[in-house]
Ligand binder design. Structure first.
Ligand code: GLN
Ligand code: ZN
Length: 773
């Protein structure tokens, strides 16, 4: 073992990767388009990495001792691990060219290759490329990128710390490739994979790395292919082997995104030099701390305490955080101040925001401010609490001001939430609703879409021009009305039964509402990577939420005025609004959800008053917020379903409520989906060929279901026959009168040509099945 260096008292697990102005996004996309070559991309990437390291040191992380993480990625950290392990699925073996060409081919596919599947990273809105492993997937250490970055850092005079997704998490997130044998699980190859990690560590050691960070968030999750107790045992096995390797850097093993308290003493006893725990989502193991078991486990292991929240944008309560650090220190543990997880989930720097209210800005901490907070805590650890008392007091004052600030607590909003009764979350019985909704005249196998129509260049241009003040409100509204009129006419021509207004007025399905609700703020540069080069700009939900004026009524009412067919009102649900915003940390999410739900409830009232008979409330994020920790799941499902019901239960029996969920993995939440009590639920189903309909059928689901018959993720036009086949499969699994016919999701990313062709085929397919074909 070569563990020699000592981790300094401050570190972070990772930093945003696209660049302060999304430079990496532009450089990569330009490379993809063939406008620049690989050398140019490598140069930009190298500059960005250098700037990032310099920034971290400037913010106060020590340049020596491995405090600065190498968390750069060209696309995704799981994909980085796939390359480092040489685990390239054989179906990509024919890709010629550099590692980077292979890397992007895995991420994005090409004419001849489907890309790796993408899915959400733990309970975040970040997506990773799912490794495909079977018995024969090659494995061979490829440390080139890791070693190159280490050398770059050394040249800058910085001893950085390479970061790799750990072996257990890597394999538990992998899927068995299509060709895998019956019963094969990727985790079956753990020992081999650990061998490759040992080679990577040896190469890093050779290249002079003092530390390496191995991320094992699998340690906190109950939603993986093996029970958590087994995950912990697998981590013990893997790290006993890795730790025993002859020539290696010191290992920092991390457990971000949740609670590993019950495993901490075991992790501390492993032959690694530092263990990280998320003390924001997670906790300290009280009994082990009191009994001294934690102290003995960490006798020779440093404890990186993730006390600064890497999932939100609020200043951390430094006094509370320092209290936790001091307890560990007093218990004789060698403690390092850190973040709960990588800062990849937060924007760069509050100081970049020029339009935020100054008071609100003073409450915020983006990545750079969080690092400053970590550095203050580290100083306290080194020099004693008195040395940072001024900083602690300053945060106390900010938090006190925040609690008192106008808008944070609004009596009217709180009074309304307090007055909510059980009955407010109950609609009439579904039988009565079915009867009352007969008047809508909706045929069997009714055809509809999920809401958005293509967001054309013209729409984006008009929005941008309006944003810059180049066109006035009247002109912009006129443009949007014409767009709505066009979309309504088009849907009538295609022959759809239930129409939508097309959502041309929305920049984003959450931000649109955030801009119109009180209690939210939006940022200029607050981008957060969603996957690859894609980023979103979550709004900041800072105060009590209310609706100063109707948000969607004029557009929906206008659309309805143009047609005799029903037009669906279109809202984003309370859970999704929370999931895709930065939420307040000073009250339970359930309370915030009720406030948003009441605002939406009022909106539905107004839509109905304006003549809308069908309202769709989208909840694509319902599954995403499901806690990783099984003990917390029931409470979550209770409040999230309750919020949806609070939003929708003001609707009379004759109003049809729809919802839309974007995914087809229902297993864990099927009761919750049923509990939403929506009259119609549309879901993704085309790619899985209607797999999701079966469990719903078996579950006794009795209301309307619209399993998507058209995969909107690609420009491919599905034929009539294809869609007809999917409708028939669905109809065999669920009674025809429950079945709706629609695409998988909204059409905003599609072009018009393929949209019109696909929807025309969809309508023909539905008609053919209705006619008995
Ligand atoms: N109504 C939204 C749309 O069609 C739903 C999008 C989503 O589910 N992500 O765009
Ligand atoms: Zn969707």
């Amino acid at each position: 073992m070569t563990a020699t260096t000592h981790l300094p008292t401050a570190t972070i697990l990772g930093y945003p990767r696209l660049g302060r102005r999304r430079e990496l996004k532009r450089a990569i996309e330009s490379f993809w388009k063939g406008h620049t070559d690989e050398a140019a991309l490598q140069e930009t990437a190298g500059e960005l990495r250098a700037a990032t390291r310099a920034r971290l040191v400037e913010l106060g992380l020590p340049a020596e001792g491995g405090a600065v993480p190498e968390s750069f990625s060209f696309y995704d950290q799981v994909l980085d691990a796939t390359l480092a392990l040489g685990a390239i699925p054989p179906r990509f073996a024919d890709i010629a060219g550099s590692d980077l060409i292979t890397y992007f081919a895995l991420a994005r596919g090409d004419r001849d290759h489907q890309p790796l599947e993408m899915t959400k990273w733990f309970d975040t809105n970040y997506h990773y490329s799912v490794p495909e492993i079977d018995e024969t997937t090659p494995l061979a250490a490829n440390p080139a990128q890791l070693v190159a970055q280490l050398a770059e850092a050394a040249e800058q005079g910085i001893e950085s710390r390479p970061v790799i997704v750990g072996p257990v998490t890597y394999l538990l997130l992998a899927k068995a490739s299509d060709g895998a044998g019956e019963g094969f699980r990727p985790i079956d190859r753990l020992d081999e994979v650990v061998g490759v990690y040992a080679e990577l560590l040896a190469a890093l050691n050779e290249a002079g790395a003092g530390w390496v960070q191995l991320d094992e968030p699998a340690l906190v999750s109950d939603s993986l292919p093996v029970p958590r107790s087994e995950t912990i045992a697998l981590v013990e096995r893997a790290y006993s082997i890795l730790g025993g390797a002859a020539a290696r850097p010191s290992i920092l093993l991390t457990a971000p995104y949740g609670d590993a308290a019950d495993a901490l003493a075991r992790l501390g006893s492993l032959p690694v030099e530092a263990v990280h725990a998320d003390l924001v989502r997670g906790s300290l193991p009280e009994a082990d701390l009191v009994s001294g078991a934690l102290t003995s486990a960490f006798a020779e292991t440093q404890f990186v305490a993730g006390v600064v929240d890497g999932r939100n944008i609020w200043k951390t309560d430094l006094r509370a955080a320092f209290g936790a650090l001091e307890r560990l220190q007093r218990a004789g543990i060698d403690v390092v101040a850190g973040t709960s997880n990588s800062l990849q989930h937060v924007p760069h720097d509050v100081r970049d925001e020029t339009r935020l209210d100054v008071e609100l800005a003073s409450w915020l901490a983006f990545a750079d401010q969080k690092i400053e907070q970590v550095v203050i805590l580290a100083r306290g650890l080194a020099d004693g609490g008195a040395a940072i008392e001024a900083e602690l007091a300053s945060v106390d004052a900010i938090l006190a001001a925040r609690a008192q600030a106008s808008g944070v607590r609004v009596d009217g909003v709180r009074g309304r939430v307090d007055a909510v009764t059980v009955a407010d979350r109950e609609r009439d019985h579904e039988g009565e609703r079915r009867a009352a909704q007969q008047g809508l005249g909706i045929p069997e196998l009714a055809t509809t879409t999920i809401g958005s129509f293509p967001q054309t260049v013209e729409i984006r241009k008009a929005r941008a021009a309006f944003g810059r003040g180049e066109i006035g409100q009247e002109e912009y509204d006129g443009f949007l009305r014409d767009e709505i009129a066009r979309v309504i006419r088009l849907q009538e021509e295609i022959g759809l039964d239930v129409l939508v207004h097309g959502e041309a007025e929305r920049n984003d399905m959450v931000q649109y509402f955030a801009e119109l609700l009180d209690g939210f703020a939006v940022t200029e540069h607050g981008w957060v990577q969603s996957y690859g080069t894609r980023a979103t700009r979550p709004s900041i939900l800072w105060g009590d939420v209310s609706r100063p004026a109707p948000m969607t009524v004029s557009w929906s009412a206008y659309a309805q005025s143009l047609t005799d067919r029903p037009v669906k009102g279109m809202l984003t649900g309370p859970v999704t609004i929370l999931a895709w915003s930065f939420v307040r940390d000073d009250q339970p999410l359930a309370d915030t959800a009720s406030q948003v739900a009441l605002a939406l409830r009022d909106e539905i009232d107004d839509l109905v008053d304006a003549g809308i008979r069908i309202v769709q409330v989208d909840e694509p994020a319902l599954r995403e917020l499901l806690p990783l920790d099984a003990d917390r799941q029931a409470a979550y499902l209770d409040w999230s379903v309750g919020a949806f019901r609070l939003a929708t239960s003001g609707a009379a029996a004759d109003v049809q409520i729809h919802t839309h969920l974007c995914y087809s993995e229902f297993g864990e939440i099927i009761d919750a989906v049923d509990g939403l009590d929506a009259d119609v639920t549309s879901i993704e189903a085309a790619r899985s060929r209607m797999d999701v309909v079966e469990p719903l059928g078996e579950h006794g689901y009795s209301r309307g279901i619209g399993p998507g018959v058209y995969d909107i993720h690609s420009p491919r036009v599905p034929s009539v026959a294809e869609q007809q086949e999917l409708i028939r499969i669905a109809a065999a699994r669920i009674p025809g009168e429950q079945l709706w016919v629609n695409p998988d999701c909204g059409l905003k990313t599609r072009g018009y040509e393929e949209t019109v062709a696909s929807l025309t085929n969809l309508v023909h397919a539905a008609r053919a099945v209705r006619a008995g074909a």
